[in-house]
Write a protein that binds this ligand. Structure first.
Ligand SMILES: [Fe+2]
Ligand SMILES: [Fe+2]
Ligand SMILES: [Fe+2]
Length: 477
């Protein structure tokens, strides 16, 4: 009997052999050893760990809103893929010794430099011009070298990561184009970064190693996290507590449609949650991976809620730069409480979003009553996400503080600590607590093509006047 030829080899009645993963010849020829595959994945694991730390830690003090949003997403993708890489490494017979240690001083130097990038532009450059393309390319190279039969579980981890890192890279190219007109100075820094990368033998260390490292430009000193939130120049009047959104929303006398506008405001103001959560994650070391993954997911959800609100403003034809999207909550928590206390406040608020009367279900009902599809979609998903956040809080915080009751009491107490007399900000000239609502409402009425309702227009309840009960001064986390 004639031996089957590799070229014409086929399965039963022509079915593709090897589940059609690849041609038979390729299956015979390609592939890395377990040791080689694991070595590369350990490098990627380290890169993802450092990227997650950089993206997260730079959210709070990054003034540019769009970058805050991008870092929120990209930090989450990094921590999520990091888990998949770690799991795969553990399956591969090579104990994951030193999974969190730098595999080469060159890589450590590279990430230290970027962590300390002194400006928004430098950070964007280091991340999206240097690191992300190098990482994406190295992952692609491992995919190319991977045997889809022998190493299929590895392939799936790599392919998923590659898909999403290509997206990050595409975003990065747009960010570079938008923000960096002249990169002369940054190019000199990039050379330092590239030589560190070369010394490490590339992101996967498959090149030649070299022990000589360039001179540090920004990383001579250790990184210090900056907990004070910053906003770009479009954000005005950041201490303004002049419009009590909840007082309007939960007033049964107010009609449904204007409530959608107030909800766009509440959603976009959720920008302060990533600013605050980034501080918890950055300042809480040594938790298991699942903690950082859950917190990263929640942080990204909060950023998405802010962008849903942004979209709502666009739909309502209201210029959000004329509205005070204050940062008082993230600022107070980040500067007055420790990370566990901040988490407890977040927990306390999110549990409070669950009751029917004033919670997420009520907000969704206002959107339904207004028959506004964008508001319905926004509240539908905001509600779903916030239920997940309440669960994440129970999973991590209740365990740490003992019981639901203790966690709630602690959160309530910690929030009270941040109480400040809002009049002080007025006295200091930081704000007039102006009522921005009537103008925003009139602008929306013009878009909606409806009459201005004087009862709605004259809404004038601030957070200053309804402070009798601390619980009334609601944030929405
Ligand atoms: Fe939300
Ligand atoms: Fe939340
Ligand atoms: Fe939220």
């Amino acid at each position: 009997m004639k031996a089957p030829s590799i070229d014409s080899y086929t399965g039963y009645k022509g079915l593709p052999p090897l589940v059609d993963l690849m041609p038979v010849q390729t299956a015979l020829d390609t592939g890395l050893t377990v040791e080689e595959a694991v070595a590369r994945m350990k490098h990627f694991h380290y890169a993802l760990k450092r990227l997650h730390e950089i993206f997260t830690s730079r959210i709070t003090a990054e003034p540019i809103y769009e970058l805050k949003m991008a870092y929120s997403m990209h930090s989450y993708l990094c921590i999520d893929h990091l888990g998949a890489f770690a799991t795969r490494v553990r399956e591969m017979r090579q104990p994951p010794y030193g999974l969190d240690k730098a595999p080469h001083p060159g890589l450590e130097f590279l990430f230290d430099e970027i962590q300390n990038a002194p400006t928004s532009e430098a950070l964007v450059y280091g991340l999206y011009q240097v690191v992300i393309p190098a990482l994406t390319e190295s992952i692609a190279k491992q995919i190319e070298n991977t045997n889809l039969l022998f190493e299929h579980p590895t392939y799936r981890v790599l392919r998923h990561a590659h898909l999403e890192f290509k997206d990050i890279q595409t975003y990065g190219q747009k960010a570079l184009k938008a923000l960096i007109a002249d990169d002369t100075e940054l190019k000199a820094w990039a050379e330092t970064l590239y030589s560190a990368l070369t010394a490490a033998g590339g992101m996967d260390s498959t090149g030649l190693w070299d022990d000589t490292l360039p001179t540090a430009m920004y990383s001579a000193e250790d990184y210090t996290y900056d907990p004070v939130p910053q906003r770009d120049e479009r954000f005005q009047d950041l201490y303004n507590m002049g419009v009590n959104a909840e007082a309007f929303l939960h007033d049964p006398e107010q009609p449904a449609l204007p409530k959608t506008l107030m909800m766009y405001y509440k959603r976009m103001r959720e920008i302060d949650v990533p600013e605050m959560m980034a501080s918890i994650i950055t300042e809480t070391p040594d938790k298991p991976h699942d903690y950082y993954r859950d917190m990263g997911r929640q942080l990204w959800d909060e950023a998405r809620h802010a962008m849903m609100g942004e979209l709502g403003f666009l739909y309502a034809g209201v210029d959000w730069t004329q509205i005070s999207l204050n940062f008082t909550w993230s600022r107070s928590l980040n500067t007055m409480l420790d990370p566990l206390q901040r988490h407890a406040v977040l927990f306390y608020i999110e549990q409070g979003l669950m009751p029917k009367k004033t919670g997420k279900e009520a907000e969704w009902e206002y959107a339904v009553a207004a028959e506004t599809p964008i508001a319905m979609k926004m509240q539908d998903y905001d509600w779903a996400d916030e239920i997940l956040h309440a669960r994440i809080g129970r999973d991590w915080l209740v365990k740490e503080l003992g019981s639901q009751k203790e966690a709630m009491e602690y959160g309530d107490k910690c929030w009270a600590v941040t109480y400040q007399d809002f009049n002080t900000w007025k006295d200091q000239g930081l704000t007039e607590h102006a009522n921005w609502w009537p103008a925003a409402y009139r602008q929306a009425c013009a878009t909606w093509g409806c009459e201005v309702d004087s009862q709605v227009e004259s809404f004038d309840t601030s957070y200053l006047t309804s402070r009798a009960d601390m619980k009334e001064v609601s944030a929405d986390a």
